[in-house]
Write a protein that binds this ligand. Structure first.
Ligand code: NDP
Length: 602
């Protein structure tokens, strides 16, 4: 049923004014500091019991801190290079990282599975659908762990407390909360850009008398059901609140709407919801494309589809949509076409931004119109409409989220940009009204650790007792995003000063893992015990990023984790100026030359 919505004239200025008005409702002086930490009790692992074990005091060649895709890929690539004593450490009870923790009903990945799931060719696994559910991704993580022998030495439910470079032995000492004190020749870390869950910055959270948990620590004992979407049968007679309508909220709401007695969805900013249109992967089609090197080809193609769209005119390339992505790919294609619609002789930043602005306006108009076509109640539909540029927030794609609001048990509590006010022993207060509920589910997101320091919960002490926190106190400083002078034999897998937002995060992790495997192989084969980048090369690399780095360009956006909640961005957290594909090409050439320019082996 079609619903008349609040309309803003299609005229660009009126729209821009509306966007600015909506943004100003949400700007807060406390920015990122508004959020609360979960605390130890809420962070506990609800999925796997902690097993007592003896402390470890041995030596391994390669250790990686973090058992998500970054660690799995690094472990696999080092293993492929012939180093089999690999140890991965994680605070979780298994591999998987984000896919270990995020088991909320409805969890899935919005990036096409054929490019997102790494090592498909190596493991011979064909995903079941174009976009797959969380449990299938988690199982793939375990598959990689098994295939590359990574379980043998793994330390789960283990938190690193300190790593110290032992100069006299050319190795790292690793100290953990389980009493471990072991050494390792090479050390990697990939702590994840979104791994520290946060709670809304409102008072009273600890006063609530009912059940409550963050989506990354789902309490199935309370709700019933399972991560595969099985009915949450214990909620049938419950009044449930969900706070947050980002990518997680959008995936979880349909399952809660289906199963809860009453559902109250507390919204501060609506997400833009595009079409999902998921489908099984056809095995015959898959066989036809799965010729040697197929996954790298698809991944390169997918990364290329996003190049040159962040406010700089990249090459005017027509990138074929090999995986048939109806989500992110068309967004990139639209923006690139707009950039190149400006005749070269008339090209200016202003003209380009105008062209991009008008395709963006049309795209968002369609997103808003879709709400009207699906949501039957006019007022609810109006409140679900997003008023910002498409890339200001993470675009979402879902076909069941909006219809959830047509269910009589599901109530949208829009807060007009202000957020919920407080939690009481009985429920949630928003717009001055207290909503009594039995359970509160926090879909309130994660600290966006663009800089590794934000997720670094342990000390890294390098040469001459210098700490990484001290070295990076005034900004991230690396060579290639992964080496840091004074920290020999250390590889950091992160976003800044490297591939950054290359559309598919696992392509970046994989590329870095290949680099790590190549360097470790070179060192071990040639009997080198130390590898470290030069200070000069690092300074030049940082300088290039500070002066030419491509910023996310989200300063005028509605606040969110993309733009540090509307605060000043750290200028050192930028991607390789020429883009992700160019970074991959540069590193590939650097690796394959065998000279490892600017690294010193000894
Ligand atoms: P987000 O940070 O995107 O969303 C948090 C939500 O909590 C927002 O809607 C936010 O509102 C809301 N919120 C915060 N404080 C309050 C408050 N006081 N009152 C009411 N609402 C509040 O976290 P998500 O977990 O949803 O997503 C994080 C990221 O994780 C995604 O962007 C994506 O990158 C990744 N993800 C990826 C998936 C995938 O498909 N691969 C699936 C799910 C997540 P506001 O918007 O106003 O800040």
């Amino acid at each position: 049923m079609s619903t008349p919505l609040t309309t803003v004239p299609a005229d660009g200025d009126a729209l821009r004014h509306k966007y600015a008005e909506e943004r100003s409702k949400r700007l807060r002086a406390d920015g990122n500091a508004q959020f609360h930490h979960l605390g130890d009790e809420r962070l506990k692992d609800p999925f796997t019991p902690v097993v007592e074990r003896e402390p470890i005091t041995d030596h391994v060649t390669f250790t990686f801190i973090g058992g998500g895709f970054a660690g799995l890929l690094a472990g696999a690539r080092v293993h492929e290079a012939g180093v089999t004593d690999v140890r991965i450490i994680d605070t979780a009870g298994d591999f998987g990282g984000t896919w270990y923790w995020n088991r909320y009903p409805g969890v899935m990945c919005d990036t096409p599975a054929l490019v997102y799931l790494p090592l498909l060719e190596e493991t011979g696994y064909m995903p079941t659908q174009k976009w797959v559910q969380g449990p299938e991704i988690f199982e793939h993580c375990r598959r990689i762990g098994r295939q590359f022998g990574l379980y043998d030495n793994a330390l789960f439910h283990t938190k690193v407390e300190q790593v110290i470079w032992e100069e006299e032995h050319s190795r790292w000492l690793v100290i953990t909360n389980r009493g471990d004190r072991f050494t390792t020749s090479f050390l990697g870390m990939g702590l994840g850009p979104l791994c520290v869950p946060k709670l809304p910055g409102v008072p009273g959270i600890e006063d609530f008398a009912g059940a409550s948990f963050h989506t990354s620590r789902w309490n199935y004992d309370y709700t019933g059901g399972a991560p595969d979407g099985a009915p949450l049968h214990n909620l049938a007679d419950k009044r449930v609140a969900v706070i947050g309508t980002g990518a997680t909220g959008v995936q979880v709401v349909p399952k809660l709407a289906r199963d809860a007695g009453e559902l109250f969805v507390f919204q501060r900013t609506p997400s833009g919801i595009g079409v999902r249109d998921n489908a099984p992967i056809d095995p015959e089609w898959f066989q036809s494309i799965a010729t040697p090197g197929w996954q790298q080809r698809l991944q390169d193609n997918y990364v290329a589809s996003w190049e040159g769209i962040f406010g700089r005119p990249g090459p005017d390339i027509e990138v074929e949509n090999l995986v048939g992505d109806t989500g992110f790919y068309p967004i990139a294609q639209r923006i690139r076409s707009a950039i190149h619609s400006v005749p070269p002789e008339e090209f200016s930043l202003e003209r380009m931004m105008d062209a991009v602005g008008s395709v963006d306006d049309a795209a968002m108009e369609e997103i808003r119109a879709r709400v009207g076509r699906i949501v039957e109640d006019g007022e609810t539909a109006a409140r679900l409409q997003p008023w910002y540029r498409q890339l200001c927030k993470r675009p979402c794609f879902h076909d069941e989220y909006l219809p959830s609001f047509n269910r009589p048990n599901t109530h949208l509590i829009d807060t007009n940009g202000k957020g919920v006010e407080r939690i009481t022993p009985r429920g949630v207060v928003a717009n001055g009204i207290e909503y009594d509920v039995d359970c509160i589910i926090y879909a309130s997101g994660f600290e966006h650790a663009l800089t590794t320091l934000r997720s670094l919960t342990f000390e890294v002490i390098g040469r001459d007792k210098v700490s990484l926190a001290h070295e990076w106190a005034d900004g991230t400083k690396t060579l290639h995003g992964m080496h840091v002078h004074s920290f020999p034999n250390l590889f950091i897998v992160q976003l800044a000063q490297a591939a950054f937002f290359g559309l598919n995060a696992t392509s970046g992790w994989n590329d870095t893992a290949i680099t790590i495997g190549t360097i470790v192989d070179h060192a071990v084969r040639n009997g080198y015990t130390e590898v470290e980048n030069t200070q000069e090369a690092q300074d030049a690399w940082v300088e290039m990023h500070l002066t030419q780095g491509a910023s996310w360009g989200a300063d005028e956006c509605t606040p969110g984790y993309y733009n540090m909640e509307g605060q000043q961005a750290d200028p050192s957290i930028v991607g390789y100026p020429a883009g992700t594909a160019a970074f991959f090409a540069y590193i590939d050439q650097w690796r394959s030359s065998g000279e490892f320019e600017n690294l010193k082996f000894s």
